[in-house]
Design a protein around this ligand. Structure first.
Ligand code: F3S
Length: 404
């Protein structure tokens, strides 16, 4: 890679040991992917996981004196304020689990990150512009910023996005270059995409779609922001996709021809109602009695919280119900009286928390219900099982304690 004088100085440690370490990681990544140079970024989002390797690396950078040049927004860990006051959860966590969250918080604070603890920054706190070059990690975020906002980010890891935030640079390869943003696979959607849940299932068709950039056609109704959030999250649970095109929605896909850059699709795939039904049944726990409902992977929008509140208003839930969201949305829900409605029914809104965290260990061995395959996928390793249905069915099930 050809580095400028100042980039070379960063690599050699003239800007401190922390910057040199971040630069070393980025130059090695750039060389592995054949990048010719580094380019500046104007935004970053770090998918901190609050798990050992991630926190170790952030602490190492902080100890070496690194500070973020571009302050990134960050993903959730778990809310110490909420779960350390929640008896069952606190009993199921170890002292190490609680200490890890404190260490993560302190490391990212020291690095100068914006401590949003939210995994949908592209809907509120960190929205890029068309063609803006950025460094984003997080499975639903990268496809959203590329495919909906038309910004340019590779599918960064939490570590490489943190390095980008520290140096203010990224190696130029992959989705930063015009020629790599064209479609590869034509995906004709014949299924009725009549609600946001259908996009969860469409996203989970990664195995059938296969590797490359999909170009979706047949989506006759404009998808909602939540539908697009669902699509990206599930594409990156069932596969690995930094970008997709929806003709008429993605800024770089006004027509099918433009989306493919005048080349022929390498593959054509058809998705039917039967495909969506089969994938739901394959990944869902069998219907029957449920012990709780959990939503917000990715974090629920205020519209989704409102949808749940409308369904439970004036009723009593038969089982626990939690909604994970950002601190901002929780605050809005309080202000709008929505939280009060959910609390009165026996449910709760949990801020700044991810499904893949030890705070949910107390649900081990129980069967929950959720609208998100991603939410069901990650906690499997912690012994949590989920029936997967649309939001309305999930809430009706939580009111009855069972789902048909
Ligand atoms: Fe967000 Fe964690 Fe799900 S970061 S998308 S709640 S796995």
């Amino acid at each position: 890679m050809e580095l400028t004088k100042s980039e070379q100085e960063m690599l050699e440690g003239k800007h401190g040991e922390g910057v040199a370490l971040a630069m070393k990681v980025q130059v090695a990544t750039g060389e592995a992917f054949g990048a010719a140079r580094m380019v500046p970024i104007t935004r970053a989002h770090v998918a901190l996981s609050n798990q050992d390797a991630d926190t170790w690396f952030a602490e190492k950078l902080a100890k070496a004196g690194a500070k973020c040049k571009i302050a990134p927004t960050v993903n959730p860990g778990f809310s110490l304020a909420y779960f350390c006051g929640h008896c069952q959860s606190q009993q199921a966590m170890t002292a190490k689990d609680i200490d890890m969250m404190r260490r993560t918080h302190n490391a990212y604070k020291q690095l100068g990150a914006i401590l949003t603890y939210n995994c949908t920054p592209y809907l509120g706190s960190n929205i890029p512009q068309f063609k803006e070059i950025i460094g984003f990690s997080e499975s639903s975020a990268t496809p959203y910023v590329n495919s909906v906002w038309g910004a340019r980010s590779n599918r960064e890891s939490s570590l490489s996005a943190l390095c980008a935030a520290i140096t203010g640079l990224v190696p130029e390869y992959g989705l930063l270059l015009d020629e790599n943003r064209k479609g590869d696979i034509l995906v004709e959607v014949q299924a009725d995409m009549d609600n946001d849940f259908a996009y969860q299932m469409l996203g989970y068709m990664g195995k059938k779609i296969g590797p490359g950039i999909p170009v979706f056609i047949g989506l006759t109704k404009r998808p909602t922001p939540e539908a697009l959030m669902n699509l990206g999250a599930q594409l990156n649970t069932s596969g690995a996709y930094g970008m997709y095109h929806i003709v008429g929605v993605t800024p770089e896909a006004p027509t099918v021809e433009v989306a493919f850059g005048d080349k022929e699709p390498a593959r054509k795939v058809v998705i039917t109602n039967q495909d969506l039904r089969e994938i739901r049944d394959a990944i869902s726990h069998a219907p029957g009695r449920i012990d709780y409902a959990l939503f917000g992977c990715p974090h629920f929008s205020i519209n989704q919280i409102q949808q749940v509140a409308n369904l439970v208003q004036g009723k009593k839930l038969a089982v626990d119900l939690w909604i994970m969201t950002s601190a901002n949305n929780k605050y809005l829900a309080e202000r709008m009286g929505i939280k009060e409605i959910i609390n009165a029914a026996g449910g709760d809104i949990v801020e700044e928390t991810c499904t893949d965290q030890p705070c949910w260990h107390f649900l081990k061995g129980k069967v929950g219900i959720t609208d998100s395959p991603k939410l069901a996928y990650y906690p499997k390793k912690r012994g949590l099982e989920f029936v997967i249905r649309d939001i309305d069915t999930c809430v009706q099930a939580a009111l009855k304690g069972e789902v048909e």
